[in-house]
Ligand binder design. Sequence first.
Ligand code: NAP
Length: 346
Amino acid sequence: MEVNNRYITIKTHIEGAPKESDFELKSAALALSIEAGSNDVIVKTLYVSIDPYQINRMKSYSSSHKAIVGAARITPGEAIDGHGVAKVVVSGNPEFQKDELVVGLISWGEYKLVKGGGGLRKLDPMGFPLSYHAGIFGYSGLTAYSGFFEICKPRKGEKVFVSGASGSVGNLVGQFAKLFGCYVVGSAGNNEKVALLKEKLGFDDAFNYKEELDLKATLGRYFPDGIDIYFDNVGGEMLEAAVANMNLFGRVAACGVISEYTNASKRAAPNMLDVVYKRIKIQGFLTPDHLNLYADFISTISDHLRNGKIQSLEDISNGVESIPSAFIGLFQGDNIGKKIVCVAQD
Ligand code: NAP
């Protein structure tokens, strides 16, 4: 048997903000059979995670390309890999049986032949929706958890600022920080997001950064006693403003710099005198370095979800053809919470 596998590619490398014309929906016949004796697996995509880091993989050059395997440059015309949830359709691998659910590195497409089953693991949904396993139980959740607890090393009562606060990582950082007993303020790009942070997710305060003319003064207003922890999802002027408002021995988790991903001329220049004299620690991190926390993270987050202490915020589009607009939307602030595309229900 054969299927028509539809998948998304880039036409050329992308240097600025991504646009629809940069992408192509291709299709190719895929035989649903594997070579005798191989331990390959063919999976059908159910939910795929849509993540900002992919834009750096789409550039002709980015310092991220050589950082870790998962950040390698994407070749135009080829299928794009990404994390998500899938179902095994054919398996020559004794670890995976037909119709089993798996999670791991799949693709921005309907099917993928996974050599040796590498990068996949069996999925036990634990009674949660499958989409959660492409989102809150995936890298987004672990990023928030490891970044906040391992990198920021919070103490109860500390004052925490989170940028990109209504996004996939940011909303969870804020929820973790509140549960832990910190004072939390978030920034987001529109008033609907700001209201959600304050009214539904329990942030102490939040503001629309697009309405603020002087971010340094804005943060001074929200943090009259200074910031102890800044969880940075955006970089740029927000990082500069946060550093200017940090307390002595403040910690900055440099999680991502989305405001700089699509603008090569934009680079944050925090005041290094502040960094030195206030003994501020700014630490970049990549979640794959913190997989040792995964079991702890899963047990904590599933408990919190079951007893209603943490909410999962998802933004789901449907169909493989919606992947480019879902991805482009990340850089325009379209998503509220974790952006996921449901490629197939089962
Ligand atoms: P997300 O926040 O769910 O989605 C992106 C959001 O970024 C948008 O909704 C938009 O919200 C905001 N944004 C877009 N352009 C912006 C700009 N120019 N200035 C300020 N904000 C902008 O994405 P995510 O998956 O949670 O990722 C958040 C950050 O964490 C990204 O920088 C990502 O690369 C990083 N990350 C790092 C790791 C790691 O291992 N270190 C892992 C996962 C993610 P607004 O409406 O608020 O503008």
